[in-house]
Structures are given as structure tokens and as C-alpha cells.
Design a protein around this ligand. Structure first.
Ligand code: SF4
Length: 378
């Protein structure tokens, strides 16, 4: 279809469209080149009569040199550039806001081609840099402590939109990225196909080449997603947001628990560790007076004892105008940690990064939308 002239296409569709309407239609119909795996690109290139090594050259331009247009691919022949231009889109995300925290964390607000907004975060560390990626616009699950789900779910991201977040962060920051976490806006397992496709592209040694063990998927506890990941050969890290060892508290904090309650969730995690021989990390947000007592630490120890797992206690980053939840006192965090250690549960404590730049999931987007009104999609 991209090879047809505007007039041919107009006759083909049978509508009297304006030229610019048809051009927009063609752009929508084209696939984005970054949605192709290396093997898919290689097949396309060979099918069009170009030698296979051209696919590697294109891959280098896309993921190593990170160019923005096909015209910049200066070692490609003109006929190949014309073919690529007429067949593929070259989407890039519009960076409409960038906030850098005192602790080095940078939060990005990106605009998609259909004007929806998503967030990504660069977390700079002494030995490694991590990028936190979004997998959906909005989210189905209304976790009490999270801003992303407050406006509901809008749409899934395509693999290329997920990959492009990473490339845009690399391009704008100039930083080497060592780790990826799917912990931004959205529930990754509710967008399983595009999630795995994006991981395969990010992991591909011919391109971005970030090892599977440096990639973490964080889920709110979608059991079918955990089961599907258990069957995937990639050695990806799995992190499950638990936040309570009691159903009634988890129901309150995370409505997903009504669909996938703790007993079934823990059973799925156990099966996952047995199948993959890998540990699961349980994320536990420390919330004052809600889930941070010694008794609750004992319940958590009982719930997850006996299989490969560790607990990551997170000091809550309050989102004042959305919820009255408060972070636990330091004493409570230490006591909670001690109980887990006494029960031989491996545990670490992590402070939320970028507190001064609205780095909680969905916070930057939400604040931006509050002040922009109708000029962007909600
Ligand atoms: S914490 Fe995750 S699953 Fe829950 S609402 Fe936010 S983005 Fe969705």
C-alpha cells in the first residue's frame, strides 16, 4: 500500500479525501521500523532484494548510533533509503518535560504520536544506571498508592514505543544504561505480547544488547502473566508487588487482589521459581499504621518462607494531594526488617528516588495534565 500514489489510493478507498488526509492515513498504516526484531528486519531486507548485511547496518543506525531519520543512514544506498521511507515509520517520542532530581534521578514525560503522555525514569547509580519503562498509557488497576491508575486505562503501548523510551533516554542523557525495569506506568503482564517483543529487541546482542538478567518485570500480581513468563526461556528477573501478607489489607491497597488473592499468587510464584530456578523479589511498600507492624512482618515471613525469594522494603514517597497514606517511621522499618531477618528471609530496604521531582509512578504526568487542560490527551 505505501507504494501507491495518492490518487490511486484515493480511488482504491473510494473516498474523495484531501491529499493531506491520505498522507496521514499512509503514515498511520505504516509499521514502525523499531517494532521489528532483527530476524524480521533481515527477512524484509532479503525479500526486497537487498543483501542481508544491510539489516545489520540499519540495526546499528537504529540502536547504536540512535539516528532520527532514514536519511541519516549514510552507508545505505539511496534505493534502500527510499524503500525504508515508503514502507516504515520512524517514530520518535516527543520529550515535553524533563526533571532532574538532586539525587541524579531524571524523570521524562514523553508524548506519543496520538498525543497521549507516558513517563520514563533514569535512575543514576554509582555502578550502574537503570531506566524504568512504561508499558501502558494509564492502568486498569487502581492501586491506592499509585497515581498511574487514577485516570484509568487508555491503551497498551506498542513494542516500539516501549523500546523508544529507552533510546530517547539514552540519546538525551548520553548515559550508558545497564539495567531495565518495567515498573513505570501500566501493568506489563496486561500487555504481554508487546512486553516480550520489546524485551527481545532490548536484549538482542546485535542491537541494544542488555542482558536478560539485567531486565526486571514488575507485576502487581497477574497470575496468568507469571505462568506465561515461567514458560519463556529468557532469564528475566521477576518482581511482585505484595505490600501485605493479609488479603483484607491487600484488597484495600490493591484491588487486583480480589481477582488474584494471596494464596493463589504465592502458589504461582512458587511454581515460577521451581520452573525457572530463579528467585522472585517481593516489593513491600512500608505504609505507616497499615502494613508495618511486627505481627505483619511475622505473617509475611510465614507466607513466603520455603522458596527462593527476597523482600525489598520500599520507603513510600507520599503523593500528598491523591492519598492520605504516609511512609512508615524509621523505627518501624528497622523492626520489620529485623523480624524478616530473624526468620531467614533475605531483605533489603530501598528509599524512593527523586522525591523532589514527582518521581512516583504517574505523578509527573498527572501534575502536567492538571495544568494543561485539553491540549493533551488525558
Ligand atoms: S502500581 Fe502498577 S498496577 Fe497498580 S495502578 Fe500503578 S501502574 Fe497500575
Amino acid at each position: 500500500m505505501p507504494h501507491r500514489s495518492i490518487n490511486e489510493l484515493s480511488r482504491f478507498i473510494g473516498l474523495k479525501w484531501q491529499e493531506q488526509d491520505i498522507e496521514s492515513f499512509i503514515i498511520i498504516m505504516k509499521r514502525d521500523i523499531k517494532g521489528l526484531s532483527y530476524n524480521e528486519l533481515d527477512k524484509v531486507i532479503i525479500k526486497e532484494g537487498f543483501p542481508s548485511y544491510r539489516a545489520k547496518q540499519i540495526y546499528d543506525w537504529l540502536y547504536l548510533k540512535k539516528v532520527n531519520t532514514f536519511r541519516q543512514m549514510s552507508n545505505l544506498p539511496l534505493d534502500l533509503i527510499h524503500y525504508l521511507e515508503s514502507t516504515f515509520n520512524f517514530a520518535s517520542l516527543g520529550c515535553i518535560k524533563q526533571n532532574r532530581s538532586k539525587d541524579g534521578t531524571t524523570k521524562y514525560l514523553f508524548q506519543l504520536s496520538d498525543k497521549y503522555l507516558i513517563e520514563s525514569v533514569l535512575i543514576r547509580g554509582k555502578r550502574r544506571n537503570t531506566v524504568c519503562l512504561s508499558s501502558q498509557v494509564g492502568c486498569l488497576w487502581h492501586c491506592l498508592f499509585c497515581v498511574s491508575g487514577k485516570k484509568g486505562f487508555q491503551r497498551n503501548l506498542k513494542a516500539e514505543e516501549i523500546v523508544e523510551q529507552l533510546i530517547s533516554v539514552q540519546r538525551t542523557s548520553g548515559e550508558q544504561i545497564n539495567n531495565i525495569v518495567y515498573m513505570g506506568m501500566g501493568e506489563p503482564f496486561n500487555n504481554f505480547e508487546q512486553l516480550i517483543k520489546s524485551i527481545n529487541i532490548i536484549n538482542d546482542p546485535k542491537g541494544i544488547n542488555i542482558g536478560a538478567r539485567k531486565i526486571t518485570i514488575s507485576t502487581c500480581g497477574i497470575i496468568p502473566g507469571i505462568n506465561r513468563l515461567a514458560l519463556n526461556p529468557l532469564q528475566i528477573e521477576l518482581s511482585v508487588s505484595l505490600h501485605s501478607a493479609e488479603d483484607w489489607i491487600r484488597d484495600y491497597l490493591m484491588p487486583v487482589n480480589k481477582k488474584y488473592p494471596l494464596k493463589k499468587l504465592i502458589a504461582a510464584c512458587k511454581k515460577y521459581t521451581e520452573k525457572k530456578n530463579r528467585q522472585v523479589t517481593f516489593e513491600y511498600l512500608m505504609l505507616k499504621g497499615i502494613n508495618d507492624s511486627r505481627e505483619q512482618a511475622r505473617k509475611l515471613s510465614r507466607l513466603i518462607s520455603g522458596f527462593k525469594s527476597k523482600v525489598n522494603l520500599i520507603i513510600y514517597n507520599p503523593v500528598s494531594f491523591y492519598t492520605k497514606l504516609l511512609p512508615s517511621e524509621e523505627d518501624a522499618v528497622l523492626a520489620f526488617q529485623q523480624v524478616l531477618q530473624n526468620n531467614h528471609i533475605p531483605v533489603t530496604t530501598r528509599h524512593s528516588k527523586g522525591q523532589d521531582i514527582q518521581a512516583a509512578c504517574g505523578q509527573l504526568r498527572s501534575n502536567y495534565l492538571r495544568f494543561q487542560g485539553n491540549s493533551v490527551k488525558q
